[in-house]
Design a protein around this ligand. Sequence first.
Ligand SMILES: [Ca+2]
Ligand SMILES: [Ca+2]
Length: 281
Amino acid sequence: MPKVTTIYSNSLTYSSGTYVRPNGTTGSSYYYQAIQVVTYTRGQYNFRSNSSIDTYGCFYNGYFDPTSPRINLVVCDDDSGGKRQFSINATLYYNQLYYVVVTTYSPNTIGDYDVLATGPAVVYMTSVTPSTTSSSQIVSSYGNVLNSNSGTFVRPNANRNDDDYYYQAIQLRISTGAYYSFISISSMDTYGCLYSSSFDPSNPRHNLMICNDDDAGSSQFLINQYLNSYTTYILVVTTYSTRTLGSFTVQATGPASVGMTSISPPRKCSHKMSIFQYIFF
Ligand SMILES: [Ca+2]
Ligand SMILES: [Ca+2]
């Protein structure tokens, strides 16, 4: 298939937005531009910069928030394109929203740049002010606790073969196929794993899609994933260390609300009782 290259040109100036880029120096200020990316042909695309300045690029699924630049982040790159230019490969889906954020390796740097998008079709690129990018995002919250009645298992990537990790398995209801991000909020050092179809605590590698430990900061997990409406997904909330008890909240962010229901541990008796009550009272 012939490759199509779309070129987007702009400049980082003293009036561009600033933020602390991922892997940047805390307290420093980096100019950036957030470029909204849409294509109508699914496939593998490459985004690389062409500039006299040392660029730094980051790619996002869904919205980009400069005050939380780790949310929805897929990957950043500094110099893979040669000559201090970033080069990022990404799979784009039909009519989904992505962002390429152009910033610089060093703080307080301005200059002209091009972004070259190469893939099976034209890529539509538009510079946006980030305050408008999060307005259509919906945050769904779910709270629960890990207590001594919670199920235990050997979590994926456990340091030891120890089945003393408490967990809650949460079934997700997705009405709109899109990228969603899931973060935990807890005083515990949480650990999150996402499964498709089903979750079996005695076989925790089966149907496993992805796990994350700390990417949301403060020892909280962050999972960004494309989810469709016809697959059953289960988010398992557990902890980095064994025998850890406490409360947690899961926040799901995406273009539609996410239904979250605990499915663990299965308590068939109480479930039957609730059906009984529903019918007869
Ligand atoms: Ca660079
Ligand atoms: Ca963690």
